[in-house]
Design a protein around this ligand. Structure first.
Ligand code: ATP
Ligand code: FE
Length: 347
């Protein structure tokens, strides 16, 4: 089997070619970060237009790098949601065009399922395992039981941690994306100087919250500015260290509970925040204490990419899924089996 995977649900235009034996033959990611830089966030209209302009080229490039033509493919997989609807539509149209022109099977993939199935692409991880999806737009614990069987054990009730890192960076006038900037600052800081809250730790279960943490950091910054007339670089470092420690501690404690509630042999992470070494370290310890292995795929496969979509497409194809020209682009598409009994179009 050889699948083309297309991803355009946020601000990365991506296409990749993946084989059924888990070989990634090519993976092209065209980031739109520069296009949105002046706006302090992703602008949906700009993103949709850029996807529409770049998708064909990304697909061509993915095929060229793999040294293959369309006739060598066994199927086309595409993110059909959740995400910014304009971008998802552009990707779905592109995939439909290819499928219609070649007669190849079309497979609609849930973006979150793409992330959640990545440990099977990178390490052939058997089901079930626990996945912490932790990015700029998402934060949830999923028990992954099959290519379309997910149980959501908990998740954020407000912001995602990546978003919180980005906001903290903005508060402190550090460069975007905020996660790497905050991590770099935190490396030289004292995490114990400031006392930041650990939201929802006192509540049972695996839900998380990050907006209170962000507000606490804002108040702390304002107090320091008022008291000292400005922020010293040491304040910035200590604030970043305290913030990162709070995020890592909360994620680790909730992961501990998730493993306790539904023991599995592997704890895996995906999403941009999984790049953070403090977060990784804390999760690794939790996994070890629970007797589970800790798995963090390489960063290029943790953030948005086409390879995870191609791979999820292969898994769903093997289960018999085939989508028609009526495959819909869905802005919202929860993964949880209870909320959405069928993934894909259900066919
Ligand atoms: P999604 O894919 O969920 O729709 P997204 O595209 O924002 O959202 P990713 O590309 O997976 O998500 O991750 C980007 C986020 O990860 C950003 O918010 C960024 O600040 C954060 N991030 C990246 N590196 C680090 C790091 N070292 N520490 C903390 N956060 C990080
Ligand atoms: Fe994503």
């Amino acid at each position: 089997l050889i699948f083309l995977g297309i991803e355009s649900s946020c601000d990365d235009t991506a296409a990749a070619i993946v084989a059924g034996d888990r070989r990634i033959l090519s993976s092209v990611v065209s980031s739109q970060t520069a296009l949105h830089a002046d706006f302090g966030g992703v602008v949906p209209e700009i993103a949709a237009r850029a996807h529409a302009e770049r998708l064909d080229l990304a697909v061509e490039q993915a095929l060229a790098e793999a040294g293959l033509g369309l006739r060598d493919l066994s199927g086309v997989a595409v993110t059909a949601g959740p995400g910014l609807i304009g971008g998802v539509m552009a990707g779905v149209m592109c995939a439909k065009g290819i499928a219609a022109g070649t007669g190849l099977p079309l497979i609609g993939v849930n973006h979150l399922a793409g992330h959640a199935l990545t440990p099977r692409l990178t390490d052939a991880t058997p089901f079930p395992y626990l996945m912490l999806l932790v990015s700029g737009g998402h934060c949830q614990f999923l028990r992954v039981e099959g290519p379309r069987a997910f149980t959501r054990l908990g998740g954020t009730i407000d912001d995602a941690p990546g978003e919180a890192f980005d906001k903290l960076a903005r508060l402190l006038a550090l460069p975007q994306p905020g996660g790497p900037s905050v991590e770099a600052e935190a490396a030289g800081g004292d995490a114990d100087r400031f006392d930041l809250p650990r939201p929802l730790l006192d509540r049972p279960g695996c839900d998380l919250s990050f907006s209170g943490l962000k507000t606490a950091a804002l108040r702390l910054r304002d107090r320091l500015v008022e008291e000292q007339g400005g922020l010293r670089s040491r304040d910035r470092r200590d604030l970043c260290a305290a913030f990162q420690a709070a995020v890592a501690e909360v994620l680790a404690e909730k992961a501990r509970r998730a493993l306790d509630r539904a023991p599995v042999p592997v704890l895996a992470v995906a999403g941009g925040v999984a790049a953070n070494r403090a977060v990784r370290g804390a999760l690794e310890q939790v996994a070890k204490a629970a007797g589970a292995a800790f798995l963090a795929p390489p960063l290029r496969l943790c953030t948005d990419n086409g390879a995870m979509i191609a791979w999820a497409g292969i898994e769903l194809f093997r289960l018999g899924q085939r989508d028609g020209m009526d495959l819909a682009a869905r802005p919202r598409w929860p993964l949880d089996g209870r909320a959405a009994p069928m993934l894909g179009s259900g066919r």
